[in-house]
Design a protein around this ligand. Sequence first.
Ligand code: PEP
Length: 260
Amino acid sequence: MLVAGNWKMNTDVPEGRALADAIAEDLSSASSDLGNVDVLVCPSHVHLPAVLDALADTPVTVGAQDMHAEDEGAYTGDVSAPMLTSIGCDAVILGHSERRKYYDETDAEVNAKVKQARAHGLVPIVCVGETLEQRKAGEADTVVQNQVDGALSGVSIDGPDDLVVAYEPIWAIGTGESAEPEQAQEMHAVIRDDLAGRYGGDVADEVPLLYGGSMKPHNAYGLLSQPDIDGGLIGSASLAAESFLGIAEKAVEVLAASED
Ligand code: PEP
């Protein structure tokens, strides 16, 4: 199970450092045991050194929110995979709907970035999801499958450390209106099938599929108990240690219940 926080363009650096310190402090308390739940935070590029430092002695890993597809060059304002790995980043969110919407990022660009992440040992967290209009028009499955196929064309995956896919219905992001657990499960099963066709069932079963879209401590258990939901990508609830780790605790509970 993986619980990942996407801080987006929030907090200044001292505030981000304080948030990472609060996460570290909560995790150091005797009652806190993440068990088999992996926790990742993805702050802005500017925050990365401070957050990596704050979380260095914890099990929490750190990722970025985006990166360029080239190693280096005249790309003013951009950040490369070698820059991220050189400071200790483990993962990178790619193809988030906000980048697709505000920066017109295409599946081909996401695909190039996924290949670049793989080439540099960063785990790509590939975000896919439909708009409300697409869902109402009965196009949700096709839209998501096309995004998965576009992002992964020519990408080889051997196991769980090579790829994460996050299903984030756009209508659920930042709206407070999460998908119903069964609704999210249906789409996760579609994605799992798609991955099985591409990489075989064994590999597909191992790729973590996250749900993202208004996941909070109060709705996390229902979502995370679904068979094909392996964790969450958390936006606003990741901006406070209590709610973020509250979701991680729900993941711990789901895992414990599944072992009973
Ligand atoms: C996100 O944008 O990745 C996200 C899941 O946001 P929120 O949790 O705020 O809906």
